[in-house]
Design a binder for this molecule. Structure first.
Ligand SMILES: N[C@@H](CCC(=O)N[C@@H](CS)C(=O)NCC(=O)O)C(=O)O
Length: 101
């Protein structure tokens, strides 16, 4: 099973929809709280994961994915019963939307 770490903030609607999608698919994840009111989304450490400086970011086995809609595309494209095989099912459209090649 892939390790999923979601950089999130409780008042972020973009993060919330990704949390809903993860819950819908029954995927366990570790939340990594980013306090956007304190500017934690603009630290060099966070910008290395998400150069836009926004939440959410979903790291799948250490690989960061950004943009909530693209992340949800990846979540709904994966097999929730047998674990995330993220690299395979993520669609070309999601890769483009999230800046992945
Ligand atoms: N298009 C992005 C928008 C992300 C976004 O705007 N996130 C907000 C919270 S909902 C944020 O991180 N704001 C912090 C900032 O603007 O510095 C997505 O859907 O993921």
């Amino acid at each position: 099973m892939a390790q999923l770490i979601l950089s999130t903030y409780w008042r972020s609607s973009c993060s919330f929809r990704v949390r809903i999608a993860l819950g819908y698919k029954g995927l366990a994840y570790e939340p990594a709280m980013v306090n956007i009111l304190e500017g934690e989304q603009k630290t060099p450490e966070y910008l290395a994961k998400n150069p836009i400086g926004h939440v959410p970011t979903l790291c799948v086995d250490g690989v960061p994915y950004v943009e909530s809609v693209a992340i949800m595309d990846g979540i709904f494209g994966c097999d929730g019963q047998h674990g995330v095989e993220w690299g395979v099912p993520i669609s070309d459209e999601a890769r483009v939307a999230s800046g992945k090649r």
